[in-house]
Each structure stands twice: as C-alpha cells, then as structure tokens.
Design a protein around this ligand. Structure first.
Ligand code: MRU
Length: 348
C-alpha cells in the first residue's frame, strides 16, 4: 500500500543482494525508516522486538530468516539451529511455524549447496502468495460489506482492533483489506480504531495506514468500544487473527475478546479476516491449546517511556486473547466467506 503516494510492501526482497528491506514498525508513526535484514541474527531480533509484527508478516520474515540461516550454515545442524531460533521469537502467530515448515520441507531433502537458493525462492513465493491471498480476501470481504445496511445515515461504520493492515502482512492486510477495497470501490466508510494498549498498534500503525490511504477514521481508547457498540454507532467489527483453531476459535490481540462479547450483546456482526495459513488444523480448543505470549511488565507500567504506576507495581501483560468461535459471525479468507461451522471446508 502507499506511503506518501508511493506503493510499498512491508517486506521487500532485494534480489540482487539477496537481502530484504523492512519498515521498522517500532519507529512509526513519526519516522519511516527502512532497514536492511541480511542475517539470521538480525531477522530473529527484528521479529522478537516487533520491528516487524502481525501474523502473516512474521511468517514471511521468518521464511527469509531461514534463508539467511542456511546461507550462513547449510548443514543439517545449521538448518535446525536457524529453524529453532526463529520459531522461538514469538509463540502465538501460527504463520511463523507454517512458513518455517514450508521452507524446511522444500530444502531439507536438497544437498547443502543447493539449500540457500531454494530457501530464497520459497521465501519469495511465500511473500508473493501472501499479497495475492490478502488481495483476494479483500475482494470477498468487500462483497460482505456491500450487503451491510448502515444503522444510521452516513458512512458504513466499521470497528477494528490492533493493526491488521498491510503493515501486519506483506501487503493489503487482512482486516483492513476489505476496507481498502471498499474505499477503492467508492463506498463511504469510516473506521473506529482502538488504540490497542499496551503497544499501541491501533494508534501508531492503523491510523498511520488509514491516513496514508485517505480513509476517514477516528481513534478511540480501548475502553470506548462497548459504549460505541451499545449506542448503535458500529455496523460491523473486523479484526485479524494470529491463530485460528480447526473449530474457529480465534487468538488475536488482547482486547479482541471484549469487543466480540460487546458486538454479540448488541447484535453487531463480528468478522475475522485471515489467510488460510493462519488456521492451525492441529488444534481444536483455542483456550486450552493456543500459547499466549507473555510480554514485559514494563509495556504496561510505562507509557511512551514514562512510568504511570508507582515504582515496583507488578503488571501482567498477555499479548493475545482467544475469542470463541460462537462469537464469530463470518471468516473472511482468500478461499471465500465461511461461518465457524463451515471452516473445515477450507482444509484441503
Ligand atoms: O503483537 P502483534 O502486533 O504482532 O499482533 C498483531 C495482531 O494481533 C494482529 O491483529 C494479527 O496478527 C492479525 S494481522 C494480519
């Protein structure tokens, strides 16, 4: 999508040097800084400290990381070390494991001398396919939005959480892709963006994206969502996902579950948009089986580097929560729109 009118991907392959450029998301919205990744170490660091984040982008970045790993050491041991190091960077988004498994499946049977090139090519394919999938799911999502009737005169009022836009993927985004398609199709839309404490991905990243694409939006504190849903000011919620179980339970950024509960209480449709690579077909009970990342207490006790609680206050920082399938109205995927009970149809 665009920054200052120029189209970018959130990770860009530089074929001649076989390295990648990433937009350092820890510096947004005030600084647009492209950073080169050309080693296993730098790639693992970029994922763990969230220079790149968002399930599909984590997956694509890790695929390039595995290329750097085998480029540094192509032996079986080198491959295993790189795989384990990258897998340990973030636990919840299943796209990480999916992408690493996909590259490993291709390169493991090859002679060590052939592994690096094959890994690079597979990582590029993963990136390109992510762009295509997110574009396609955006088109399916657009059809869904076109059927909605706004509750009040004026724009269609959509609510999202965290950042599930192009910055969370290679391009287009998941939850924001239908919104970008709606805007391009000339629909009148407005987006409520929740700030997403503690890391502020809604305020910093989603507002940045929507502003750059010229889409009307309003930032709200996380606590405002139930109030807006109760007052009939939201026509639909659209969020992304970090992992969806085979039965349709959804792990997404902390705070998603509360929005889903409030949407259900007020009869507002709750849509989850994700590529099929975000479905973990090996598990069925999200609350029991999805590992929830625990992040530093300081992310909660501090705001923009300033402590907001008495020194020594303990904090708990679950980065994700699980929304049960029963609260999801429709999944928007590149293979079409499905309800939670129809999700299994996508497994082929
Ligand atoms: O911790 P983050 O910023 O990586 O979490 C991202 C989210 O929760 C997104 O909503 C999710 O990955 C869906 S992204 C397309």
């Amino acid at each position: 999508m665009k920054i200052s009118g120029r189209w970018h991907r959130a990770i860009e392959a530089q074929h001649s040097e076989r390295c990648v450029s990433i937009l350092d998301q820890t510096l947004l919205p005030h600084t647009v800084d492209w950073r080169t990744l050309n080693s296993l170490e730098a790639t693992a660091e970029a994922i763990s400290v969230m220079r790149v984040r968002g399930a599909p982008l984590i997956g694509a970045t890790a695929a390039f990381g595995l290329y750097f790993g085998v480029n540094e050491s192509a032996s079986d041991e080198g491959l295993a070390l790189a795989y384990d190091k990258l897998l340990a960077t973030r636990p919840t988004a299943v796209n990480l494991r999916w992408a690493l498994d996909r590259v490993r499946r291709v390169i493991q049977p090859l002679a060590p001398s052939e592994r690096a090139l094959a890994a690079w090519e597979e990582a590029c394919r993963i990136s390109d396919e992510d762009v295509a999938a997110n574009k396609q799911l955006g088109e399916h999502g657009l059809a869904l939005l076109q059927q909605l009737k706004p509750r009040s005169p004026g724009p269609l009022q959509l609510m999202t959480h965290c950042n599930a836009g192009w910055l969370a993927t290679v391009d287009w985004g998941t939850a924001l892709s239908p919104i970008y398609h709606a805007h391009e199709a000339g629909m009148d839309v407005h987006v409520w963006v929740s700030e997403t404490r503690p890391r502020g991905q809604g305020a910093a990243l989603t507002c940045f994206e929507l502003k750059e694409q010229g889409i009307p939006h309003t930032l709200i504190s996380d606590n405002n969502a139930g109030h807006l849903l109760q007052r009939g000011l939201v026509d639909a919620c659209i969020v992304g996902a970090d992992r969806v179980t085979s039965t349709g339970d959804v792990a997404n950024k902390i705070g998603t579950y509360m929005k889903a509960l409030a949407a259900s209480a007020h009869g507002v449709p709750f849509y989850v948009a994700m590529p099929v690579s975000t479905i973990d077909w090996t598990i069925s009970d999200g609350i029991r089986d999805i590992p929830i990342e625990q992040r530093a207490e300081s992310e909660v006790t501090h705001l923009a580097g300033v402590d907001i609680a008495p020194v020594g206050t303990r904090a708990r920082n679950d980065a994700f929560d699980v929304t049960p399938a029963s609260l999801v109205t429709t999944f928007i995927t590149e293979r079409g729109l499905v309800t939670p009970t129809e999700l299994h149809r996508l497994h082929f």
